[in-house]
Ligand binder design. Sequence first.
Ligand SMILES: Nc1nc2c(ncn2[C@@H]2O[C@H](COP(=O)(O)OP(=O)(O)OP(=O)(O)O)[C@@H](O)[C@H]2O)c(=O)[nH]1
Length: 304
Amino acid sequence: MSSPSIQWYPGHIAKAERSLKEQLKRVDVVLEVRDARIPLATHHPEVDGWIGEKARVLVLNRVDMISPEARQAWQTWFKENGQAAYFTNAKQGKGVQNLLRAAQDAGKAMNDRRKKRGMKPRPVRAVVIGFPNVGKSALINRLLKRKVVASERRAGVTRQLRWVRISNEIELLDAPGIIPLKLNDQSAALKLAICDDIGNAAYDTQRVAAAFVDLLLGLDQVERADGGYGDAIAARYSLTLVSDAGEPYTGESILANLSARHNNDLERAAHQLLNDFRKGILGNLILELPPMESSVVMSSTSHG
Ligand SMILES: Nc1nc2c(ncn2[C@@H]2O[C@H](COP(=O)(O)OP(=O)(O)OP(=O)(O)O)[C@@H](O)[C@H]2O)c(=O)[nH]1
């Protein structure tokens, strides 16, 4: 089976891009939210240019869906690349206070500049950006729940954009922009589809599910020492990963084997696989490893 083709819709993308750029002009700090299972695929290549010199706080959300070892490996990798990564579980509100502090600290430079010019300090303005479904709204709700104070409409700001004051130090733009999906990288698009972080897109679910299994089996080969990610699939569905003749099965054949439980309905089997992964039922499986020579072994069974 060839790699699945993932398609998304330019009209929708162009609109989201315009709105995002407009929002960025008004903020001091950008909270860039990525999916901890795919921290690289959920980084849009153009976003660095758009953010420019503005302060950025990198958030890796869904930390509950990756193992502590994976978290550590990514934290180290980002640190080595000069970036602090804040891990959050927006669903349960974990890591959110650290994030708030980081956003406030990142905006401090703005008030230092104002002070030098003899201007009064003002609250830091932040915006949350990220791919669809990475947890932006959940994060914003968590930030707001801490201290929901009055919200106001600012003069000169487009009507739909609403500033919400979280504390005396920070205001949040209550209009999270969706990072456009202008991606030429089909392997990143595949991971986005598997994680359901791709929004309004069209793809063949069966091919994506088969490619998902292949991806896991491939990760096993490079990284695993104690069992493997494929084991999570084998254990969950009581399947074997090799044929009676000792040949390793591919994602396609594993999907076909699974479909035998569903009257050979491949589509149903594909949905089950993807949904189980997306709900975390298969365990803490990441789809991307830090791009470096690494001896870190990621656990597929421990829950972080
Ligand atoms: N397990 C887990 N689920 C999360 C986390 N954050 C968000 N979710 C869930 O993921 C789903 C999507 O979260 P949203 O906050 O709506 O994501 P979003 O980025 O605002 O999505 P769009 O509005 O489509 O751009 C919801 O079902 C959330 O409950 C997290 O840290 N862990």
